[in-house]
Ligand binder design. Structure first.
Ligand code: MOS
Length: 747
């Protein structure tokens, strides 16, 4: 094999993206397109008393005012976490009930976007508000339901016997998605009752299933198209209510309808990271051997769905702790359903826990890296299974070396530079290796090219490129000889591009069908009536540099494929890990997001990393700058170091954003998110980022699948906030247990 896997191949879709040739969902304008505008509720709780649609029906260009009175009946679909494909089981316009601020109450369709928005702004709606709506996580709220629990050993006894103890509470705010490409879609019904939807999607197949369910359509009459996505991060995994409303409006007008959700409207109509509070008790011996972890949390959800992201499962895999007890609870609030966002369980849980580990290191007067070294588990502490691979300590060693950690004076407030306080912090990064399944088709053509078809999504992460590399590697081609088609529900089913699963699942599927196509080609050539390979053993043939070879006999791939009766060779198959329970493979594309891992039958798989952050704090203004960050990760086989680097770097930037900037502020008087735009909701920009070093260690993992590649999608964000918070403590001696960390927290 030529070494194509593992080379830093530039993105195959890069040129199309920077030249504007890539067509994103809303680029698909067409003749007869009508435009929809949303009317959102200014109240959080109550009902719509009346809507005077006649008042705007005569305005220029207006074609439809859709309200709860005339919306077509929809069939139910559960939220994705409950086995459906919807963002939320509750859908606006199905009745007059208002359950959260910003809930759509009407959709106006007109010939132009301006006409639709004008009419939407003028639509008279009367509301009957009910008091008592709550959009924040109340300070004293008891958890109403358990979202997760986990027990290992006797945590209480270990806690009692611990010589050194840390007790701390941590708090994270709600946060909202802000991708560059916003939300919306184009929906078009054809004359046979089929529906085509252009919508940015992490899961074309799942969205098709969800939309088909809701409109009672056969899946083959429903198509979701999403070849390019301008930022997803979990917000484009499920079927949003706004997508269903657009499909319903297009059904009523009989014309294609486009909805473009504005930045402000995106806040209440898409998923968000729910607010959480976490309580940690950590016990250790005087030598720094961990004994007990007692963890409880309260996690915000909505009234209608049990959206929860229990972090205990992941925290229990970090260190060797003989006694662990985790109890995670849900708190119901009057908000739209929260949902997937940038390592939803891991980001908050790891922030709290890795902060607590740092607090323990301080209590022990121990180097926090050394503390981790003393608690490295030989096996999965929960299941007792061996690790598929685990390189956490190697990541720490290399990270410490790159960062210059040995120069750290561990005492807080001990380091300064030009009058500024300097702080150095570190934390573990971790993400479970979810093992999902995927199918793919590969066709060898008479032009000597390979065509890959797979409904997986490239959410900007490099999927087009790595799949081309994998196919090229297996077929002795260069990646530019491979065409990859993704993001269309008519292609071979793949799982959601979420949970950092796509490289592993679709990568192994493409590898499998490429090998099958190659073997089918060899078989056909050797069994042919004529041709240079006639009568040879298929095993004696090989394929490299676009040429089929057997000893001294060669033929170009193009000629070889052309010589076959069908003029092509095709292979279609599904890849699933042999340990993936059969029922999970069958569930695929129908319900939920089936995934094995992190624990399988015979091993437990996670990816690890170590992050180091330097903060520089002005002693008077207390502004926090981050001159440098170092992240060292091990993710099994790195398929493409260039796209992997970019993804990890992006994760660390989001991590800084999470630590210092992002918070959805709740206006408690109106139970509303008050800073719903990018002027008030801050995310990290270029000027916030200093030097950012990413390194990937070599790691072999032969348990998780033939490619040995772990997902890298979400691990980059997970260790940044605690490393940064730990650095702030080191600089100031002030422990901030609430994100984002602001000037007023370190006065
Ligand atoms: Mo990602 S938050 O798993 O889509």
């Amino acid at each position: 094999m030529n070494a194509i896997i593992g080379t830093p191949h530039p993105r195959l879709d890069g040129r199309a993206k920077v030249t504007g040739a890539a067509r994103y969902a809303l680029d698909n304008s067409r003749a007869g397109l009508q435009h929809a505008a949303l009317v959102l509720s200014p109240i959080a709780l109550g009902r719509v008393a009346s809507i005077n649609d006649a008042a705007v029906a005569g305005l220029p260009g207006v074609r439809l005012v859709m309200t709860h009175r005339n919306m077509p009946a929809l069939r139910p679909d559960a939220a994705m976490q409950d086995g459906g494909h919807a963002h939320a089981s509750f859908r606006p316009l199905e009745g007059d009930e208002i359950r959260y601020h910003g809930q759509p109450v009407a959709v106006v369709v007109a010939d132009t976007r301006e006409q639709a928005e004008h009419a939407a702004a003028l639509l008279p709606v009367r509301y009957e508000a009910r008091p008592g709506a709550v959009a924040h996580l109340p300070e004293d709220a008891p958890s109403e339901e358990e979202a997760g629990s986990l027990d290992v050993g006797d945590a209480d006894a270990e806690w009692e016997a611990s010589a050194v103890r840390v007790t701390a509470d941590y708090e994270e705010p709600a946060q909202h998605h802000n991708p560059i490409e916003l939300y919306g879609c184009i929906a078009e019904w054809d004359e046979q009752g089929g529906l085509e939807v252009h919508v940015p999607s992490q899961w074309a197949g799942g969205m098709r299933a969800g939309i088909a369910t809701v409109f009672g359509l056969p899946e083959e009459k429903t198509r979701v198209i999403s070849p390019y996505i301008g930022g997803a991060f979990g917000g484009k995994a499920t079927v949003l209510a706004t997508t269903l409303l657009t499909c319903a409006a297009a059904k009523l007008t009989g014309r294609p309808v486009m909805l473009q959700v504005s930045r402000q409207q995106a806040f209440p109509t898409t998923s968000f990271r729910p607010a959480a509070r976490q309580h940690i008790r950590l016990g250790a011996t005087a030598e720094g051997k961990l004994r007990a972890l007692i963890y409880t949390s309260e996690n915000q959800t909505c009234r209608f769905d049990d959206v929860s992201f229990p972090g205990g499962e992941i925290l229990a895999r970090l260190y060797d702790i003989p006694g662990m007890k985790m109890r995670e609870g849900l708190v119901r609030t009057d908000v739209n359903a929260p949902g997937f966002m940038r390592a939803p369980a891991e980001t908050p849980a790891v922030f709290a826990f890795e902060s607590a580990i740092d607090e323990l290191a301080v209590a022990l007067k121990m180097d926090p890296v050394e503390l981790r070294r003393r608690n490295e588990p030989a096996r999965d502490p929960v299941k007792g299974l061996p690790w598929s691979s685990r390189s956490l300590l190697r990541c720490y060693e290399r990270g410490a070396e790159l960062f210059g950690w040995s120069g750290r004076d561990h005492a807080p407030r001990s380091m300064t530079k030009d009058g500024d306080l300097i702080g150095w912090g570190c934390a573990t990064a971790v993400y479970p290796t979810f093992i999902s399944t995927s199918s793919a088709t590969l066709r060898l053509t008479s032009e000597g090219r390979a065509e890959v078809r797979c409904a997986a999504a490239d959410i900007g992460t490099g999927t087009y490129t790595i799949l081309a590399q994998i196919a090229a590697d297996r077929l002795g081609l260069t990646p530019d000889k491979v065409t990859v088609r993704l993001g269309d529900s008519t292609l071979d089913p793949a799982n959601v591009a979420g949970g950092s699963t796509t490289a592993l699942a679709s990568g192994n599927a493409v590898s499998k069908v490429a090998e099958q196509a190659r073997e089918a080609l060899f078989k056909a050539l050797t069994e042919a009536e004529e041709g240079p390979f006639k009568g040879m053993s298929p095993a004696s043939l090989s394929l490299s540099e676009g040429t089929v070879r057997a000893g001294n006999v060669t033929q170009s791939l193009a000629e070889a494929v052309s010589s076959l009766p069908r003029g092509k060779v095709e292979a279609t198959d599904q890849w699933a890990h042999p340990e993936m329970p059969a029922k999970q493979s069958k569930m695929l594309w129908r319900a939920g997001s089936p995934q094995g891992g992190p624990d399988m039958e015979s091993f437990t798989a996670l990816a690890f990393g170590a992050q180091f952050v330097e903060v520089r704090i002005n002693p008077r203004t207390r502004t926090i700058r981050v001159p440098r960050m170092v992240g060292v990760y091990a993710g099994g086989t790195i398929l493409n170091p260039r796209t992997a680097h970019s993804q990890l770097m992006g994760g660390m930037v989001w991590g800084l954003s999470n630590a210092l900037l992002e918070a959805s502020e709740v206006d408690r008087n109106h139970a509303a998110f008050a800073n719903a735009d990018m002027a008030e909701y801050h995310i990290a920009v270029n000027a916030d980022i200093g030097a950012l070093d990413v390194e990937m260690l070599e790691e072999r993992d032969d348990k998780i699948g033939p490619l040995g590649a772990k997902g890298l999608g979400e691990i980059g964000i997970t260790g940044t906030a605690p490393a940064l918070a730990n650095a702030v403590f080191h600089a100031t001696g002030i422990r901030v247990r609430k994100l984002p960390i602001r000037i007023e927290d370190i006065l």
